[in-house]
Design a binder for this molecule. Structure first.
Ligand SMILES: O=C(O)CCC(=O)C(=O)O
Ligand SMILES: [Fe+2]
Length: 324
């Protein structure tokens, strides 16, 4: 249900959330909506009767892709490549988890727009990633129409480097290049997150915020909102695995882009060419119901015909596209 006053804000992040009766949601869904609004995350059992079998098939299918001695209990599991991006392209179970219809339906109700999955990540062990917000990798205009769903594919022990979150951090400013005084458009970086690391740490310190580990049970899922700070705790026992799947979702009728490589203030956006995983259909960048000129900008690339210093950019193209 879209709020008539703020249709451009996700329902669960609306400044009018307290006035929302949530009458169209079940009691369980209402708890999830309130958790997302208050804490920036919500925990639920993954709504798929076949989840156990899917998880085991994924481990069997993806396991051999890693150079990790899974069969040797005492061996170090933290070496080599430890993630598969977009496994949905070749693994039906990864795709089924990403496309779970109950989840899509729930996200649609929670955000007030139809949700679609666009990226999957599968991890056999913890990521040990520093605290960050995914919003520098993928964001939307209007903002916050993005979320992640993290699925525990085994019980997570404290020594296995659990996922952690910073409760309430979704309400802090979304850190952008403009805020940290950096140009992003046309930059090439190995880690899109690095330039923002100090800012996120400083916000955590200033708020006295704790990194709370999620000691999940196999089959539990955690939804995180677009700006929730999270990461992977240090792995104190390198012999443990920590299988998980992260699926990232966008919502209809938005511009989808990479903020780490954008300068929003001067209209330079690294647009994304998004395909929805569940139906295989492209989701062209749209603003207020109208398409904008996609293809002029691509991830981490300069717009055709524009020099690095040019100030003309996306907004001109949006205006042109809307006039046409
Ligand atoms: O599983 C983790 O440790 C964190 C994963 C993560 O941050 C992500 O996929 O965005
Ligand atoms: Fe993340």
């Amino acid at each position: 249900m879209t709020n008539p006053v703020f249709p451009g804000v996700p329902r669960i992040e609306s400044p009018l959330f307290a006035q929302d009766s949530l009458a169209d949601l079940t009691a369980t869904e209402q708890v999830i909506a309130r958790d997302l609004n208050t804490h920036g995350f919500a925990v639920l059992d993954f709504p798929d009767p076949d989840i156990e079998a899917r998880i085991e098939r994924i481990k069997a299918n993806l396991g051999p892709r890693f150079d990790i001695p899974f069969g040797d209990r005492a061996a170090d599991k933290t070496r080599g490549e430890r993630r598969v991006q977009d496994g949905w392209k070749f693994d039906d179970d990864v795709r089924a988890i990403a496309s779970n219809p109950q989840m899509l339906n729930l996200l649609g109700k929670l955000y007030g727009r139809a949700a679609f999955p666009f990226q999957t990540l599968n991890f056999p062990v913890g990521t040990q990633q520093a605290v960050h917000s995914d919003s520098v990798h993928f964001s939307s205009l209007p903002e916050r129409f993005m979320c992640g769903i993290w699925l525990a594919m085994e019980d997570v022990a404290a020594g296995a480097g659990p996922l952690f979150y910073v409760r309430g951090s979704h309400r802090w400013p979304i850190v952008t290049n403009a805020m940290i005084g950096r140009r992003g458009f046309g930059e090439e970086l190995n880690s899109a997150q690095d330039p923002f690391a100090e800012a996120w740490k400083a916000l955590c310190r200033a708020n006295g915020a704790a990194q709370e580990p999620f000691l999940a049970r196999k089959g539990q899922a955690l939804i995180w909102t677009a700006n929730l700070l999270h990461g992977g705790s240090p792995q104190t026992d390198p012999t443990l695995t920590r299988w998980s799947q992260v699926t990232h979702y966008f919502f209809d009728d938005c511009i989808y882009y990479t903020p780490a490589f954008s300068d929003e203030c001067i209209g330079k956006l690294a647009l994304r060419d998004i395909v929805a995983i569940h139906d295989g259909e492209a989701r062209p960048n749209r603003y207020l119901g109208e398409g904008i000129e996609a293809g002029h900008y691509s991830k981490n690339a300069r717009p055709k015909g524009l020099s690095k210093d040019s100030n003309s950019g996306l907004f001109l193209n949006i205006l042109k596209a809307l006039r046409n």
